[in-house]
Every structure is written in structure tokens, then in C-alpha cells.
Design a protein around this ligand. Sequence first.
Ligand code: FE2
Ligand code: FE2
Length: 287
Amino acid sequence: MVATLTPDERVPMRPMEFDASLDDLPKHFARDGDIVGSHVLAVLSSVFPDGEDFFVRSVERVRDRITDPQLRVDVEGFVGQESMHGKEHRVLNERLADHGYPTRAIGKYILKTLEWRERIQSEKFNLAVTAALEHYTATLAETLLRNAEARDEIDHDGVRYLLMWHALEEAEHKAVAFDVYKAVGGTERMRQAAMFVVHLNFIFETGVWTIISVAKDRDARRHPLRMLRGLARMRESPFTSARTVRQLFQYHQRNFHPNDRDTRALIAEWRQELFGSEGELNELIAS
Ligand SMILES: [Fe+2]
Ligand SMILES: [Fe+2]
């Protein structure tokens, strides 16, 4: 259980190498070659590296002001985990770019808009945005870890493993940016405001980029029925279910804290499954 973990084990760094497992990545890697699902996953993966660099910068800017020794150790782990996620998603994004996905254009757009926001927003608001986006990743991570149907949506082992590892670590560090925001005096009002901005941006940006990504895909034009099936399936996906949306909106409750949702048993289960003595991902740990 988490209570018996040493401070370093709460948010552990795991150097990973997914290159080889992504070698045979097909163009449409979502379940049954689902075109829409593949593009949505590709857009999310494209956003991660520069998005996560922004999270790291937001936290690092105030790192010196954190006095709680446990939170300082957790921040160390957070920075290490997020940097590694960015590195491995860049590998996946390059493979996706080879298949024609606009992952580089999306990455460039995210980098430019975040740099612009950092120039005009306060340090604290950047942290509030980071904490809000971390709730998004924690919610998606929990859906993936709890729900076999969600995992079945990814039809390629390498991509599924990469997302499972990422999900486990998002669950492990889900409260770090939030606690840093609170530790530097972030208010409830700003926390809520930042989440509304994040909702609007997330829906708009992932929506528009998915449309652009699909529009560039010849197969999408050639197979309109497959497209329609994919769209219909989106509505039944565990990631867009009422339960997931409700969980997302829990962030708006007064005095919400990420650990209000107890995911310790879930984390323990997946640590064992992926990195235990017979862990499925032990072979992908970088030597
Ligand atoms: Fe991450
Ligand atoms: Fe994260």
C-alpha cells in the first residue's frame, strides 16, 4: 500500500524505450482499424510532448518556494515522469507522421500557443492551467486503467503499452501540480476559472485538429461507412461516457482535491501488472 512506500517510491521515474515496440505500427491502430479513433488518439499524442514541457516549466518556476519535503520529492518525480512521457510520445508521433498524421504541425501549434500564453499569463495562472490539465490526464488515465473496454479501443500492443505506462504515472502524480499550486497560494476562484478555460480550449483544439487530421486522410474519403461507424462508436466510448464526464466535472466542487478519488489500490494493481516481478513492461525499461 502507498502508506508503506518511501518518499521516492510515490512518484518513481522509469526510463522507458518504446521504439522497437512501435516498429510495426499500422496507419489505423484503433480497434478494428477505426479511422476516427486512430485520429483522436494521434491528436492527443501530438499534444502531449509540448503540453507536458509546459507543465514542467510551470512547476519548475516556483519549485524553490516549496518547503514541504515530501512535495519537493514528488516534484522531482513529476518532472522526471513528464519529461519521459514527452520523449516517448515524440517517438510515437514521428511514426504517426510517417503515416501522414499532422503530428508535427500540431506540436508546433501547441508550442507556439503555450509560449504565447506563458508571456501574457501569470505564473500562478499557468500553474492553475497545469493543475486543471493534470485532472484531465488523471481522469483519462483512470478510465484506461479501470476499464478493459477502454484498453481494447487500442488495437496495437506498442501504443497500448505506451498509454498504459503513461496512465499509471499520471495516476501516481495526479496531485503534484495541484499541491504545488496550493503551496504557492493559488486560490479556489482562479483554480475554477482556469478549468473553464481548459474545457473550452480542450474541446476546441482537439475537435479542430481531429477534423484537420481526418480531412488529410485519403482513406477517410474512400471509406465513408468506416468513418460513420467510427463516429457512432465515439459516442459509446468509455472516454466520452457520462461517468467520465462527471468525474471531469468533480474538479468544480468546492475544495476539491485530486486525492478525493482514492486510486491507491488501482495504482498498486497496475504497478504489479506492468512492472512487478513478471511485469508486462519490464523488457521495455531502458538499460
Ligand atoms: Fe504525462
Ligand atoms: Fe501529468
